[in-house]
Design a protein around this ligand. Sequence first.
Ligand SMILES: Nc1nc2c(ncn2[C@@H]2O[C@H](COP(=O)(O)OP(=O)(O)O)[C@@H](O)[C@H]2O)c(=O)[nH]1
Ligand SMILES: [Mg+2]
Length: 312
Amino acid sequence: MNIAEELLNGNRFALSKAITAIENEHENATEIMKTLYPHTGHAYVLGVTGPPGAGKSTLTDKLAKEYRQRGKTVGIIAIDPSSPFSGGAILGDRIRMNSLTLDEGVFIRSMGTRGSLGGLSHKTADAVKAMDAFGVDVIFVETVGVGQSEVDIVKAADTTMVVLIPGMGDDIQAIKAGILEIGDIFTINKADHDGADKLMTELNMMLDLDGVMKDWRPPILKAVANQNQGITEIVDTFKKHHDYIEGNGQLTVRRTERTKNEMLDLLDGRIGSYIRRRIVENGKLDEYVEAIKARKTDPYSVVGEVMESMLK
Ligand SMILES: Nc1nc2c(ncn2[C@@H]2O[C@H](COP(=O)(O)OP(=O)(O)O)[C@@H](O)[C@H]2O)c(=O)[nH]1
Ligand SMILES: [Mg+2]
């Protein structure tokens, strides 16, 4: 049996190997995904994002336990772009989530970025599919929400929770730009610290301004993750959002959009690397660059020529 078949038979080690193949862009990865694909589409994917240290991993750990109590199996994919080496934060996450690692109904995986964020969103999406095919009911994707790449990663989620903490001061202004649009649910964690109510007021104002035209006004919840406070409310709110987007057809729209984008990205990548390989192999690239440098031609004309000759 190959890795994909073993995974489908419920072999945890095979799931682990499949995700490693995805992460390393191993040559088997595409074949694995082809075999797994028909078995995907059943898991519900939850994105958890927010600044470093907000308590995302602690929350995820507690939320996972709550789902286990409700009879669901759970997958967790933790991504930390701020730590290019597979040490620090990722090890921290493992330890923090240690209490879960003995539970057969939970599968935890950290994915390093190895210094580059490029390709991480599709790798994350494929890792989600691998867990989905394995039969996990709920999948968490934890990512540090700072830039566009993290926003792309979160697009793999059906429902996204943004985690904020009191005392961020003006930071909220900086954070607000990208993060306000992606949050279906906001959680103010570390509500045991001063300033939770102030942040709640600020956030409410921003969401009211932002949400005039929207029919789902993102709820703002409070939590103290390390004391297990606010956890059941978050799970209930996830359920509410799930029911809401399932009921009005948005879930189908989101997933259709995702499939479309995934296919186009895959196509872009393949065509791009094919053309790259061709013009590098035949030595044309250097020729073109020299001609462009000498102003005998320009990049726009060259791209047109290359496209034309390839498509013949
Ligand atoms: N005081 C307080 N500390 C918390 C709370 N939630 C998490 N922490 C602590 O905050 C630190 C960072 O948490 P972590 O889950 O690693 O944050 P992440 O970087 O967002 O994943 C850890 O030391 C946690 O124990 C909370 O609600 N209140
Ligand atoms: Mg974390």
